[in-house]
Design a protein around this ligand. Structure first.
Ligand SMILES: [Zn+2]
Length: 130
């Protein structure tokens, strides 16, 4: 299966499981610390580094950032999403290690940033492992 089709199927799983993928209207909203834009291509470096992120090559996707925040030390992104660091509660939009979204991306060889220890990037999936 061509990689683009496999990736599209993994994204379809995120949508079909009512994971709560962001609507187009949310994409154009101004940054407020509660951003929840599901996105793939973003031309930026790795957070805190000078090398290009896998997002800059279109090889990574962030799914539901607010419900699945990034954490590095005391830094949490989006800033207002700290309540979602408690993964003991299962709330709509949360991605879990045993859930269908991780399984769908794993089936196409993508890795999940939720399995990393520092930083922990619960929203992040990539084909590069970074
Ligand atoms: Zn990401």
């Amino acid at each position: 299966m061509p990689h683009a089709i496999a990736t599209a199927k993994a994204i379809q799983v995120a949508v079909s499981t009512r994971c709560g993928v962001t609507s187009p209207a949310e994409v154009t909203a101004p940054p407020t610390g509660d951003g929840n834009t599901t996105s793939a291509f973003v031309c930026r470096p790795v957070r805190g580094r000078t090398i290009w992120s896998a997002h800059a090559y279109g090889l990574a996707i962030d799914v539901n950032p607010f419900q699945n925040p990034y954490r590095s030390g005391q830094r949490v992104l989006p800033e207002l999403a700290t309540a979602y660091l408690d993964r003991g509660r299962k709330l709509p939009g949360m991605i879990t290690a045993a859930g269908p979204v991780v399984a769908a991306f794993r089936s196409i060889g993508w890795t999940w940033g939720g399995g990393w220890t520092s930083p922990t990037d619960l929203m992040h999936f990539s084909s590069t492992g970074h």
